[in-house]
Design a protein around this ligand. Structure first.
Ligand code: 13P
Ligand code: SF4
Length: 383
């Protein structure tokens, strides 16, 4: 069994092409205090015209979202990237795994740029290819690999998506996890779901009628995942021990506290929150669902939202007629999403104007082939 793991890297230093973790950006970034930064971003975008298409995830800063041609959750952005064969440059304002998916889904002549290579994802880093391969061997030894379908959350590296493609599995996002799991259970008897145990459990138990006892948690740091062969054979959902460090911060006490503080509040959370939090909430859904729910909410209604803070602050600003509160009392930005700021954006765009592609995200052809198999299975799902 492989035990090699990555040395700890200080975010933003060093190079580590196998990881979601940070590497530094070479080149001269404009200082964040530059008063002309907005103008420079506008000028670069105008100069590039239809040659560039800018995608912005909902968790991006306002200053960056302002320049996005389209905003969305990871599912919508994957679809949008795949639907723009005419733009030679795709600037992805999001995190590394999203830019990888964009590279996989776009044509060969298109270049995908991530303005700061240190914009990774701690959840995606919780499932490494060698760990997943080891887990598959454990399932083979238990005699259940041939009835198990691997399903990875979009928030995973390209080689993990390729693993799913090779082994008859698929990708899912928080928008389509239920549909993807229904598809997977038509292909096999069990699902190995990674890296987010919470999305897997919340979907299986709260949306598909499984029992909590049907789920086991596979810990990649323990021999055999910390599970007995019988536990693996009895389980329907084998959940990877991974989580989002941002959504994992919300606690059931946050829900109690906000209900006391805001009378009549409706609590709306993302499915990356823990089972204990979502079972206390009123509504659960992806970022697109959260936005739609707030758009359709009546004036005067009160909401506590459990997702990334940039999005919640933007929702509060867009809905002055509704009371929109952050579910936690402490600040909870996604630090890696926040790595994409205006200096990095301007630096990437101005280089494109000069014909230089900085921070290209390129997935190798074999990984691209198999990851695309898994992504295409997702994109072909109904809905
Ligand atoms: P969605 O965009 O699929 O809602 O996922 C949230 C998230 O954590 C992205 O990193
Ligand atoms: Fe990763 Fe969570 Fe940040 Fe999304 S919000 S990029 S899952 S750490």
């Amino acid at each position: 069994m492989t035990t090699v793991d990555l040395p700890l890297l200080v975010l933003g230093e060093g190079t580590d092409p196998r990881s979601e973790r940070g590497v530094h950006c070479p080149g001269d970034l404009p200082p964040a205090s530059d008063p002309d930064l907005v103008e420079r971003a506008r000028a670069a975008k105008a100069a590039l015209g239809s040659k560039v298409f800018v995608l912005g995830h909902h968790y991006q800063r306002d200053e960056v979202i302002e320049f996005a041609d389209v905003t969305g959750d990871s599912f919508k952005l994957a679809r949008e990237a795949a639907a723009r064969p005419e733009a030679p440059y795709i600037v992805f304002c999001g995190v590394h795994f999203m830019a990888e998916s964009a590279d996989i889904l776009t044509a060969d002549h298109q270049r995908v740029v991530l303005p700061d290579l240190a914009a990774g994802c701690s959840m995606a880093d919780m499932a490494r290819l060698h760990q997943v391969e080891d887990a598959w061997e454990v399932l083979e030894d238990a005699g259940i690999a041939d009835v198990t379908v691997p399903v990875t959350y979009m928030n995973s590296s390209a080689d993990i998506k390729a693993f799913c493609g090779r082994h008859g599995g698929a990708v899912c996002t928080s928008s389509n996890a239920k549909t993807a799991l229904e598809w997977a259970f038509e292909q096999g008897e069990k699902v190995l779901f990674f890296p987010d145990q919470h999305l897997g459990r919340n979907t299986a138990v709260l949306k598909m009628g499984f029992e909590l006892d049907d789920c086991v948690v596979y810990d990649p740091r323990l021999p055999g995942g910390g599970l007995t062969t019988d536990q693996l054979r009895d389980a329907r959902m084998i959940l990877w021990r991974g989580h989002c460090s941002v959504h994992g911060r919300f606690t059931p006490e946050c829900v109690d506290e906000v209900r006391e503080r805001v009378p009549g509040v409706t609590v709306l959370v993302h499915p990356e929150c823990t089972y204990d939090v979502v079972t206390k909430a009123d509504l659960i859904g992806s970022t697109e669902y959260i936005i739609k729910t707030l758009d359709e909410a009546p004036a005067g209604s009160s909401w506590a939202v459990g997702t990334e803070l940039n999005l919640v602050q933007r929702l509060a600003a867009h809905h002055p007629d509704k009371q929109v509160t952050f579910l936690d009392k402490t600040v909870c930005y996604c630090s890696t999403m926040n790595r994409i700021d205006l200096p990095h954006f301007v630096w990437a765009m101005e280089n494109l104007v000069e014909g230089q592609v900085v921070n290209p995200i390129t997935v190798d052809p074999d990984t691209t082939h198999w990851a695309k198999v898994a992504l295409d299975r997702m994109l072909a799902l109904p809905g």
